[in-house]
Design a protein around this ligand. Structure first.
Ligand SMILES: Nc1ncnc2c1ncn2[C@@H]1O[C@H](COP(=O)(O)OP(=O)(O)O)[C@@H](O)[C@H]1O
Ligand SMILES: [Mg+2]
Length: 265
């Protein structure tokens, strides 16, 4: 696969700042049926961290992201960005929804430049930047292709690049690799690890794949429905690559997490 993996960076948990970029305090939310999705849910993400959220299907992961982006408003509780309460959150984070939602009638480059158009930034400059990224993502020759001409992995890279072009420090990625076959997924993990090491971005990442969460994350939050939320630190050295999953320390971390998921606190 023609993907540029970049140089493994030495950025890792030890180099993280302690400044909070996102802090959720005692959040409660229910849809019109009145059944609570969250009750007094709190979590914190520091600048530069890679944090995953794991939970069963229907546990509210995508809803949580919609609350953070400002597409939904919490019934109760606070969502702080950089330590400040932020009532107008729309457009303040980079958001990659669960479905890639590439516009089928737009070419790859025009999909990538959508956020640039919407925010009326300098388009020629951003076009050059987007073209450089497409080259680095192994997609240069697909610049004028349409989404249906791409493989699943390519579509996800385009959707990720579009999220990146929003130019925000905090990226919310909702199961970006959920629909990919395991080999493509493995490649995408290497790709994302390399990229995250290079970019000064904070990532909040939804997945139901335990292995993926351990490999990528500094910390994991387990969403456990009415039992609340549980934080797990992943103390594995960085830089990491996808071979790490065969190491004994990775396997014991995985066993520990499986136990936590299936047992009461
Ligand atoms: N727009 C909506 N109206 C009513 N209920 C919803 C809506 N969106 C999601 N839900 C419900 O909220 C719960 C959480 O959904 P969701 O956040 O999509 O879960 P997850 O992403 O963890 O699979 C589910 O029970 C789902 O059916
Ligand atoms: Mg979801």
């Amino acid at each position: 696969m023609n993907i540029c993996f970049g140089i493994w960076s030495t950025r890792g948990a030890s180099g993280l700042s302690n400044a909070s970029i996102l802090s959720i305090k005692e959040l409660a939310y229910s849809f019109n049926d009145g059944k609570p999705i969250f009750e007094y849910m709190s979590l914190n993400v520091n600048k530069g961290e890679f944090v995953s959220i794991i939970g069963a299907s229907g546990s509210g992961k995508s809803t949580l992201f919609k609350l953070v982006t400002g597409l939904l408003e919490p019934g109760q509780g606070e969502i702080l960005m950089n330590g400040q309460s932020q009532p107008k959150r729309l457009g303040t984070v980079g958001y990659m929804p669960q479905k890639d939602l590439l516009l089928p009638w737009r070419t790859v480059i025009d999909n990538v430049l959508l956020p640039v158009e919407l925010t009326k930034q300098n388009k020629p400059k951003k076009r050059t930047e987007a073209q450089e990224w497409l080259t680095r993502f192994g997609l240069a020759e697909y610049e004028q292709a349409f989404p249906h001409e791409l493989s699943g992995g390519m579509r996800q890279r385009v959707a990720f690049l579009r999220t990146l072009m929003m130019g925000k420090d905090l990226l919310l990625l909702d199961e970006p690799f959920g629909a990919l076959d395991s080999l493509t997924k493995r490649n995408m993990h290497g790709w994302l690890l390399g990229l995250w090491g290079e970019l000064a971005k904070t990532v909040l990442f939804i997945t139901h794949d335990l292995e993926e969460a351990i490999l990528l994350s500094d910390r994991i939050y387990l969403l456990k429905g009415k039992k609340g939320i549980q934080e797990v630190k992943i103390n594995l050295p960085r830089p990491r690559n996808s071979e790490l999953i065969y190491q004994p320390e990775f396997m014991s971390m995985r066993k520990e997490l499986e136990w936590l998921i299936h047992h009461e606190n």
